[in-house]
Design a protein around this ligand. Structure first.
Ligand SMILES: NC(=O)c1ccc[n+]([C@@H]2O[C@H](COP(=O)([O-])OP(=O)(O)OC[C@H]3O[C@@H](n4cnc5c(N)ncnc54)[C@H](O)[C@@H]3O)[C@@H](O)[C@H]2O)c1
Length: 253
């Protein structure tokens, strides 16, 4: 029986697959019967993700996404070995939280490369005729509410995520004739290892303020994974160029 969220016979590549939102996305996709190509720099985390997946036919690619010229060869090799891709999710990301007076070019450039330029390289690789499934597919970039609103100390991170919104909209129009959709999910604060590292610097008042900013509370990785699955699936087939906040109400005010 047809189900619009069913991912059977689809292979989806997910970056940032070793942790947090990327891992939860891999797990959710596998539960919807997709086969997953899991990409991350962290080999141990990748192996753990693969262990958590339902079904079989998954693959893992250990890759440092700052090596932009290695993205297309790795994606093409995976598609040749395991089958064409129906979707790609860019969930790998780095935080970059510093007041501007302390912001070092090396730190923000690294965030910009992983968060933004790697997304562009991934999209370039995905749209290739020897990679993307003949009936098209969907790309989802994981941006952030910080790409939609400002926050002190987050200027460089916001820049890297807002750029994804422009990238998604431009690619959505360019790739629509080939039935390739391109969207972003923009999470609020989500309980992942990245969040734990940031929250480690907060005092109790700061923590309470961040929690109060989310009327539905802090999110879970699964909350974001579910939205990504929706955008990848046939249920999202008329959605492209969209920035979907998944933020417990953070941007509602
Ligand atoms: N957690 C949050 O509150 C939150 C909020 C908004 C947006 N986001 C975004 O969601 C995405 C996932 O974040 P998360 O919270 O799951 O973080 P996380 O730190 O738990 O996971 C990020 C993953 O990216 C991988 N990665 C980092 N640099 C890499 C590189 N050079 N090459 C390959 N892989 C690399 C890490 O190894 C890790 O597995 C990020 O893009 C982040 O900016 C997170």
């Amino acid at each position: 029986m047809y189900h619009p969220f069913d991912m059977q016979r689809r292979r989806i590549l997910v970056t940032g697959a070793a942790s947090g939102i990327g891992r939860a996305t891999c797990v959710a996709l596998s539960q919807l019967s997709a086969r997953v190509s899991a990409v991350d720099i962290d080999a141990e985390g990748l192996a753990e993700t693969i262990r958590q997946l339902a079904g079989d036919g998954h693959s893992q690619i250990q890759l440092d996404l700052t090596q932009l010229d290695q993205i297309a060869p790795a994606v093409t090799k995976d598609a040749a070995a395991n089958g064409s891709l129906s979707g790609a999710v860019h969930a790998a990301g780095l935080p970059c939280v510093e007041p501007i007076r302390l912001l070092e070019p090396d730190a923000y450039r690294r965030a910009l490369i992983v968060n933004t330029e790697a997304a562009l390289s991934l999209a370039r690789a995905f749209q290739r005729k020897d990679v993307c499934a003949p009936d098209g597919g969907a790309i989802v970039f994981v941006s952030s509410v910080m790409g939609l609103v400002g926050s002190p100390g987050s200027a460089a991170y916001s820049m890297s995520k807002a750029a994804l919104h422009g990238l998604a909209r431009g690619l959505a129009l360019e790739l629509a004739p080939r039935r390739i959709r391109v969207n972003c999910v923009a999470p609020g604060f989500v309980n992942t290892p990245m969040f734990a590292r940031l929250a480690g610097f907060w005092d109790p008042q700061e923590r309470a303020r961040v929690e109060a900013d989310h009327p539905l509370g802090i999110g879970s990785p699964e909350d974001i994974a579910n939205a990504i699955c929706f955008l990848l699936s046939s249920a999202g087939r008329w959605i492209t160029g969209c920035i979907l906040p998944v933020d417990g109400g953070y941007t509602a005010k």
